[in-house]
Design a binder for this molecule. Sequence first.
Ligand code: GLY
Ligand code: MN
Ligand code: MN
Length: 464
Amino acid sequence: MFNKEVYTKRRNKLRKEVKSGIALFLGNVDAAFNYPANVYSFRQDSHFLYFFGLQNPGFAGIIDFDNNKDYIFGNDFDIDDVIWMGVQPKVADLAAKGGVENAAPYNELAKFIAKAKKEGRQIHYLPPYRGETVIELSALLGLYNADIKPGASVELIKGVVALKEIKSDKEVAEIEKAVDIAYEMHTTSMRMAMPGRVEQEIAGTIEGISLALGGPVSFPIILSQDGQTLHNHHHDKVLKVGRMMVTDAGAETQENYTSDITRTVPVGGKFNDRQAEIYQIVLDANMAAIEAIKPGLKYREVHFLAARTIIEGLKKAGLMKGDTDAALKAEAHTLFMPHGLGHMMGMDVHDMEGLGENYVGYDENTTRATTFGTAYLRLGKELKTGFVLTVEPGIYFIPDLIDQFRNEGKFMDFVNYDKVETYKDFGGIRIEDDILVTDDGYRVLGKPIPKTIAEVEAVMSNPL
Ligand code: GLY
Ligand code: MN
Ligand code: MN
């Protein structure tokens, strides 16, 4: 946990964003895995963590905007807990570590909320994403479960986004630690991507690296020689020369800051000509996009710059044709990259996505597209110094999508379908890095993870 001034400062900043009432932050509770006492490893709610810093299950925090007070509600451990878990600090001492002077047993929370309701004060809360939280909010607020999400406070959401989207130096340092763990995960994955190996062996090994060096993985690992399936969590294939293996994986630090990195490598360690040609296009798109990043530019523009690079590269490879501007306008690249260029990153790997992507990635000046592919762009708005985001272009040959678009006669002026047919056995390529927006441009976070063809082949020449 950071020192208490960090949390006090964050709560005080929120006081400038939300005018009155109270904000209720429910921390997470333990979630049962297959019976009540066998629980998933605990992950605290990122917003509770951001404002209070405490990793304990079953705690709640309140920021009182009217009276300038903060509260922690949680239960002290009894002797039974001590027998199984060892001596634990008192709730009041934990609260003090987050700079909170007022601590009370958890059952006082219901009384506090009831009183606030009676006084007609607004009770702000964020949209919950776990069933237990919905039920608890419903009990505390006297609302039906179905009314909980729609009742979340837009004022609080906007205030939280305004604070959390700008990362402090301490937060950036944590994210860089997470990228450095990802360096170990990805270079290991590269060195293990040899024919005959089952994907699961690699996925399990790199998940272990995350756990050994920091915390859990920041999202379920995507690792597959079938990279044309964008989020492929099946790891049951035996690797074969001629396939490209996508590894999209990141780690959490002890402070729960994340990384999100993708690398794609040729099974066996040597790119063939076809692989090298397509790989270089994705790499060019990744680098052109990164180099364009600066405050004041809309991320949507960066997305379309990457798309332009992909169209131009695919034209050279004979897979696309026609006028680049017209192809871009028609969004013909979405046959090959049917996803957005990137998203915000922080304590959540898709940072704050649970608050509503449009509150995080868009604003009154930038509206989300509704067209195929581009609608998946999670971040479109103007960049500011302190944003941390991903740049993750890709090219995928998705047989069903190729068939569908061809049958529909879509993009006939821009796609050489006869040649594209011959790539249906190719798979997919994605290259993803984590970037900080700085006053004068950008910084690629963490220890550079090999990504040029020469760098990848050099790492893979030393297989594990
Ligand atoms: N890890 C999922 C993504 O790249 O967004
Ligand atoms: Mn990723
Ligand atoms: Mn990502």
